[in-house]
Structures are given as structure tokens and as C-alpha cells.
Design a protein around this ligand. Structure first.
Ligand SMILES: Cc1ncc(COP(=O)(O)O)c(C=O)c1O
Length: 354
């Protein structure tokens, strides 16, 4: 059994978007306020209009939705304070991922990107999640953590445990049931109860209801997955493997002479590779080239997510492919990536035109 501290109630669903949208709705219903804040650096919370209306892809979404989600900068409390100042009494909740490749305590003394953050690190006064939590409490807005990616990976009890915070609501999905379709909205009773159906006379909130919501195989898979996580220290393996992969890729980049043009960002459990051209500018053609060359050597790695299935063999195979890919990368830095690309370069997802 996995227990998320401070959580009294849960609503299960099939997709992450179902529960983040439900969290936004609960926050609005609970506070009676219309607006939700999310960090502009966090790419995705839901396919529903409340979130997509705030991206570059507004087509098909009525204008009324474009202004109900407000953007601030992760790590910059002043940018969130400014939103509260501009919209007094209007912000229902702040939703964010606890961490991505950028975390809330990255600058803390003792922070080690190869290990889970310690309690000492979490107590750092600059802990961004604690600052957001305090601000939300002062302003009467709900503090909502979307643990879709961090949950069951950073820690079995969520990144919230590692960073010493207690959200009013949190959402989980993805790794919960090892690929089976389960997501969850969890939170404290007082807040979650706006979605309850057993309180006579209470105004109703339509939380989530889907035909396949009651499908049981996924819930059984969830229980079994948690048992495996506990018995086999899956989280420990992910940190350990991720650390070896991260340092191995950095070493491969240095050996290929591209240490500053191919960099690893983040930490052992949540990393990304960044690709820069000879002028030091971020380069999507070079990112595409790296991916292309990795595929040539049998490794599909458009992004990095360590898995329990990754073992020493996979590590060696990945690093060997990376050494070969980075040798081509080094040539492309001199001659231009276009000369080596076999197809078009990738583009960002959130752009207005294809
Ligand atoms: C942080 C985050 N929240 C929510 C979602 C939505 O989850 P789903 O794709 O299961 O609807 C995603 C999916 O990529 C996500 O990464």
C-alpha cells in the first residue's frame, strides 16, 4: 500500500488530463474563484480547454478560455506574487509539477543531482515549492502538485515527500500502474468533498465520469505495481541507473570534444540533453541529428526516462550508441547539422502552425 501524506480522499480516472482538469474544477468550486496559475516552463497539464487555451494552439478554443489560466515562471516567486497582485481574490489555485529537470532546491547547499534530495536540502529557505505553498496559503488559493511524471519515480510517495510540502490536491498517473490506464486525483477531505455525492443538499460539482472509469484490470495492475515498487526498490534502481546514464553521457560528450555543445540538464531521475550549435545557441537540428544517430545504433532516445527494465546491458548499449552518435555530432558542429540530417528537424509541439 502506498500512502500519500495528508491525503484523505481519492478519485480514480483513466487519463492524467481527466484528473488535472478535475483538480482545476475542484479548486474553482472550493474557492469560488475563476483563475488557475501554471508555470510557463511546464509543458503540459491537460488536453482540455482551460490549459490548451493558454498555449500557442488556441484554434477551436473559445476566447473565454484563453485568459482563465495565467502563466508565471517556475523558480521566480515574484512572477507569481505579481499575478496575485494583479488579480486579487480571483486565483483559485496554483498548479505545478514539483520538479522537472529544474527542481525547487537546485541551488541548495548539499544538493546532489545524483541522489534524492535530503531533508536538509528540503529545509533550504529557497525551496521554491515551500515558498509557493506559503504564498497559496496566505492568498487562500489551493496549492496543487501535478505528480504525473514525478510520482512513483522521484519517491514512491511523490516528490512532495522529498521536498517537505503538503499540497491541497495532487494528481498522479503514468508510472502508477506500469502502463495500464489509471490516474488519480488525491487531496484532503475538506477540499475533495466538493465532488462528493453523499452530502444531501450540497451543490453538485461534476468531477469526472467516464464509461470506462470503472474498469478494474488497471486498478489491479496499480496494486501489483506498488507491490513490485516496494519489494524490489524500483525507485532506488531508477536513481542509480539514471545517475550512471547521466555521468556516462557527459563523459561520452567530453571524449567526443562536444562537452559544451551537448549537455545534460537535471538530475539522475529527471534529465534532458540540451544541444547547442557552435555559437552556443540551442539547436533543434542538432537535437534531431543526435536522435537520428542513436536510432541508427538501435537506441530510441528522443528524451530520457530511466526504467526498471534498464540494466547494465542497456546502459552499455546506450553509451556505445551515444559515443558513435556524438562523433557525428562533432562533425556536424563544424559543417552544419543539415548536411547530416536524413529528414526534417523536429519542431516544438506548442507552435501555432504545422
Ligand atoms: C505533467 C503532466 N500532467 C498531465 C499530463 C496528462 O496526462 P495524460 O496524457 O495521461 O492525459 C501529462 C502527460 O504528458 C503530463 O506530463
Amino acid at each position: 500500500m502506498v500512502e500519500i501524506a495528508g491525503t484523505d480522499m481519492v478519485k480514480f480516472a483513466k487519463n492524467g488530463s481527466n484528473v488535472t482538469t478535475a483538480a482545476a474544477k475542484v479548486a474553482r468550486a472550493f474557492t469560488g474563484r475563476p483563475l488557475i496559475c501554471v508555470p510557463r516552463q511546464h509543458p503540459f497539464f491537460s488536453f482540455d480547454d482551460w490549459f490548451i487555451g493558454a498555449t500557442a494552439i488556441k484554434r477551436g478554443i473559445p476566447e473565454v478560455h484563453h485568459a482563465t489560466t495565467l502563466l508565471f515562471d517556475y523558480g521566480d516567486l515574484a512572477s507569481l506574487q505579481a499575478l496575485f497582485a494583479q488579480h486579487p481574490g480571483q486565483i483559485a489555485g496554483v498548479m505545478l509539477e514539483p520538479a522537472t529537470t529544474v527542481g525547487p532546491c537546485d541551488g541548495a547547499p548539499g544538493y546532489d543531482r545524483l541522489r534524492p534530495p535530503t531533508a536538509v536540502v528540503a529545509q533550504w529557505p529557497g525551496n521554491f515549492l515551500k515558498l509557493v505553498q506559503d504564498l497559496c496559503r496566505r492568498e487562500g488559493a489551493l496549492f496543487i502538485l501535478d505528480e504525473m511524471i514525478t510520482g512513483f519515480r522521484w519517491d514512491l510517495h511523490g516528490a512532495q515527500k522529498l521536498f517537505g510540502v503538503q499540497p491541497d490536491l495532487s494528481t498522479f498517473g503514468k508510472g502508477m500502474a506500469n502502463g495500464f490506464a489509471v490516474a488519480a486525483l488525491v487531496g484532503r477531505r475538506e477540499v475533495m468533498e466538493v465532488g462528493a455525492i453523499n452530502r444531501p443538499g450540497q451543490e453538485r460539482t461534476f468531477l469526472v465520469s467516464t464509461t470506462h472509469g470503472g474498469e478494474m484490470a488497471s486498478l489491479a495492475a496499480f496494486r501489483e505495481t506498488v507491490a513490485v515498487y516496494e519489494e524490489q526498490d524500483v525507485v532506488g534502481h531508477l536513481w542509480n541507473y539514471g545517475g550512471k546514464l547521466m555521468t556516462g553521457l557527459e563523459e561520452a560528450a567530453r571524449e567526443a570534444g562536444v562537452g559544451s555543445a551537448f549537455q545534460l540538464q537535471g538530475n539522475a531521475i529527471s534529465m534532458n540533453y540540451l544541444t547547442f550549435d557552435a555559437q552556443g545557441q540551442p539547436s533543434l537540428p542538432l537535437r534531431t541529428l543526435f536522435s537520428q544517430e542513436m536510432i541508427r545504433h538501435g537506441v530510441l532516445m528522443p528524451w530520457i526516462a530511466p526504467s526498471f527494465a534498464h540494466r547494465d546491458g542497456e546502459l552499455q548499449r546506450t553509451l556505445e550508441a551515444a559515443r558513435k552518435a556524438l562523433a557525428v555530432y562533432a562533425q556536424a558542429l563544424e559543417a552544419g547539422a543539415e548536411r547530416f540530417l536524413e529528414g526534417p528537424a523536429i519542431k516544438p509541439v506548442f507552435r501555432q502552425f504545422n
